[in-house]
Design a protein around this ligand. Structure first.
Ligand code: NAI
Ligand code: MG
Length: 480
């Protein structure tokens, strides 16, 4: 991995107005690179270039199929460079190499999927009787500003870059200061695939500095943010001052309701993927299991076995699919998660697997299972964002739904049962933007994703996501 990475602003590779930032490899705790750090002046230049690009109608004068082909080419570019990109991603982010490869593949899918839809963003024709012709057009906002977190730096940025381009917007991306390097590949892909100059700027900067400067910048027309509730709220407040719409994806405390008749053996795979992939640093993680009392003990035994079977390993060494789990992103996030588990124990929860920091040099935490968790404990209410699953017991279905719905969040939820009627009834009762039945993370780039409650608003993925990036113009014509 090269030792110094620059920002890409207004069509040029540039140093940062705020100097440089060290990037750490979470698997070793050691610095792996330096990255240019943007300041408010850099933000201003990026927004200015995007504004000029949008005002010149460069994307919108192009035939949408041609624009879509460029976007799809970016996906193919990612597929062709999968090893190179995944290596950088797993070095700076810590995730296992098999996960990093998966993330690059998923990033490619977003370009493929949304590129294919560039020509499908159609208006309607509205009958007004004799003397009028009326139609609507879906026009881009112009400048889409995207603030990206560190847990899936490529997947999350690719879904909004692809959507932004498909709808004809200029896009400026502020990457997380913890994982800025791999996003350079978006720029390289864009240049190689013929994205016109000015359509994309990618830079990193500190949240409260460059991030905030971007959120309040009057030249931004639309904001897409994924991250914490507190930061999302600050961004939405800044956007409100400029009357600018936001898409907010703010995490969750998602519950799997496991009914008495569920296939408990196959649920082991859901736990493995749902909470121990990416060390549990997933907004839609399976962080609570709400299980019927009659199968509670058997399920706990199975879940604990899964947790104890997951090895921890430095990202680059973990190449086997569903093999080892990598570290967390930082010592701070790891210590916070370990502290939340200790606090839950003080309140009466019991650790049946893991619970401590990993006995390795990087920022590892053991895969952790907590039982005897009560719905009002902090561990059952707040996002841990680590490899920690809480098990809660229920007696009847009403209680299961009450527990599952009993947090401020509502991103995703799950129902596990062999009975389709029961699955449908529970799914209808759950307050979440997406409900998985019998497979956690069922769905994909094609299915709308976003939260109820404090999990945010707006939907990403799926055709619905495109609507965040366009405004409707109605053209009403008097014909004489
Ligand atoms: P954060 O929400 O503060 O950071 C996410 C992004 O927002 C980063 O790019 C950061 O630079 C930027 N940012 C921070 N402050 C900003 C501001 N005032 N204005 C504009 N941009 C700003 O999240 P953080 O502090 O890294 O993690 C804290 C918690 O947030 C985690 O423990 C987790 O619970 C949650 N989180 C949820 C994510 C999700 O996927 N929904 C992703 C990352 C964090
Ligand atoms: Mg923060």
């Amino acid at each position: 991995m090269k030792s110094y990475w620059q920002n890409y602003i207004a069509g040029d590779w540039v140093d940062g107005g705020a100097g440089r930032i060290d990037v750490e490899n979470p698997g070793t705790g050691k610095v792996c690179a330096e990255h240019a750090l943007a300041d408010a002046g850099d933000v201003d230049r990026a927004v200015g270039a995007a504004r000029d690009f949008a005002d010149a109608n460069i994307w919108t004068d192009m035939r949408p199929m041609a624009r879509g082909r460029i976007i799809q080419d970016m996906g193919r570019w990612f597929e062709a460079h999968i090893e190179e990109i995944a290596t950088v991603l797993c070095t700076e982010q810590g995730k296992a190499m098999w996960e990093a490869r998966g993330e690059v593949g998923n990033a490619a899918k977003y370009f493929d999927y949304f590129g294919a839809q560039a020509a499908l963003i159609e208006g309607t024709s509205i009958p007004l009787g004799a003397g009028y012709v009326d139609f609507t057009a879906r026009e881009p906002y112009g400048v889409s500003a995207q603030i990206i977190p560190w847990n899936f730096p490529l997947e999350i940025a690719s879904r909004s870059i692809a959507c932004g381009f498909a709808t004809g917007n200029a896009v400026i991306v502020k990457t997380s200061e913890l994982t800025p390097c791999a996003s350079e590949f978006f720029v390289r892909a864009a240049k190689d695939c013929g994205v016109p100059k000015g359509a994309l700027s990618v830079f990193t900067g500190l949240g409260p500095d460059a991030g905030a400067a971007r959120a309040r910048h009057p030249g931004v027309d639309q904001i897409v943010f994924t991250g914490s509730v507190a930061t999302g709220s600050a961004i939405a407040a800044a956007a409100a001052n400029n009357i600018v719409p936001c898409v907010l994806e703010l995490g969750g405390k998602s519950a799997a309701v496991v009914h008495e008749d569920a296939d408990l053996e196959s649920f082991e795979g859901d736990i493995r993927r749902g909470i121990f992939v990416n060390s549990g640093q997933i907004c839609s993680a399976l962080s609570r299991v709400v299980v019927h009392e009659n199968v509670h003990d058997e399920l706990v035994e199975r879940i604990a076995d899964v947790a104890m079977g997951v090895k921890m390993s430095i990202g680059a060494e973990a190449t086997e699919p569903l093999g080892a789990m990598g570290p967390m992103i930082s010592a701070g996030q790891r210590d916070r998660a370990v502290g939340m588990v200790a606090e839950a124990e003080r309140q009466g929860a019991r650790v049946v697997a893991g619970g401590r920091a990993g006995n390795l040099p990087g920022f590892f935490m053991e895969p952790t299972v907590l039982v005897d968790v009560k719905a009002d404990m902090a561990i059952a209410q707040e996002e841990v964002f680590g490899p920690v699953v809480s098990v809660l017991k229920y007696r009847d279905e009403a209680e299961a739904v009450e527990i599952a719905n009993g947090t401020q969040y509502g991103l995703v939820a799950g129902v596990f049962t062999r009975d389709l009627d029961r699955a449908t009834q529970t799914a209808r009762a759950l307050k979440a933007g997406q409900v998985f039945v019998n497979e956690w993370f069922a769905g994909g780039v094609e299915t709308p994703f976003g939260g109820y409650g404090k999990s945010g608003y707006g939907r990403e993925k799926g055709q619905e996501a495109l609507l965040n990036y366009v405004q409707t113009k109605n053209i009403a014509i008097r014909v004489r």
